[in-house]
Design a binder for this molecule. Structure first.
Ligand code: SAH
Length: 237
């Protein structure tokens, strides 16, 4: 082989790799998300096409610490610092579907954590307010959401037991840390026709995922869905 041919072979092998590295890692993440949705989410019965699309789109690997990025699309919760976790993808999808997000809805999330659940909701509703009690987590999440161009989420630092009265009522309230009782302020801030989805139960134990509906008449109904394990909502009232 002539030196020239060898050089052109090396170049043609090297250029696509060099030129396309960012593109190919984006493709890899998209492929990992597609597999995640097929196996862990659609495969377990989540049907809402808008929820499936949001789970296929939001870059979960950008919401976990870099050291965990390789595990971002695996079937488990992951640590995000301060003793907190980003929920397992299936639980995020399930809670989102149970909340029946509509394009005109206003949503409140308690427990911003990494901001991932808020980013998923943001694709499905008009506006999201999310409250985080650990200030550095909330600040980091706000920065991450801004960097990703998510512009319909407001991160508030505060105690989620009080909800966020200024923006109430909410069509959807999702709580991603477990209180021992349903916080009354959240029930009060739920719009007629709204859905409150939350785990309820003892800290460090097994909680139950509940869906609480408020009818247009104001009547409240509760469904218990399945046992779950969330980090506790703090401080206990
Ligand atoms: N939804 C998050 C994961 C939440 S982990 C995500 O998608 O990454 C639970 C979060 O709830 C933690 O960040 C924790 O600090 C927060 N939290 C606990 N008690 C709270 C309270 N009383 N008010 C607001 N946030 C609270």
């Amino acid at each position: 082989m002539s030196g020239r041919n060898l050089l052109s072979m090396i170049l043609s092998a090297a250029l696509p790799l060099l030129g396309c590295a960012p593109q190919s890692s984006r493709d890899e993440a998209a492929a990992a998300r597609a597999t995640m949705v097929t196996q862990q989410i659609a495969g377990r019965g989540i049907r809402d096409p808008r929820v499936l699309e949001a789970m296929r789109t939001v870059p979960r690997h950008r919401f976990v610490p870099e050291s965990w990025a390789d595990a971002a699309y695996s079937d488990q919760p992951l640590p995000i610092g301060f003793g907190q976790t980003i929920s397992q993808p299936y639980i995020v999808a399930l809670m989102t579907e149970l909340a029946q997000p509509g394009p005109g809805d206003k949503a409140l999330e308690i427990g911003t954590g990494s901001g991932y659940q808020a980013a998923v909701l943001a694709r499905l509703v008009k506006q999201v307010v999310t409250i985080e009690i650990v200030e550095p987590l909330g600040r980091e999440a706000a920065g991450r959401l801004a960097a990703l161009g998510v512009d319909n989420v407001t991160v508030r630092i505060g105690d989620g037991y009080q909800g966020w009265k200024e923006e109430a009522p909410y069509d959807i309230i999702l709580v991603t840390a477990a209180p021992e009782q349903v916080p009354q302020a959240l029930l009060d801030q739920l719009a007629p026709g709204g859905r409150l989805v939350l785990p309820v139960g003892p800290a460090g134990g097994i909680q139950n995922l509940r869906v609480i509906g408020k009818a247009l008449s104001g009547e409240v109904t509760t469904r218990e869905l399945l046992p779950v394990r969330f980090v506790p909502m703090v401080p206990s009232p």
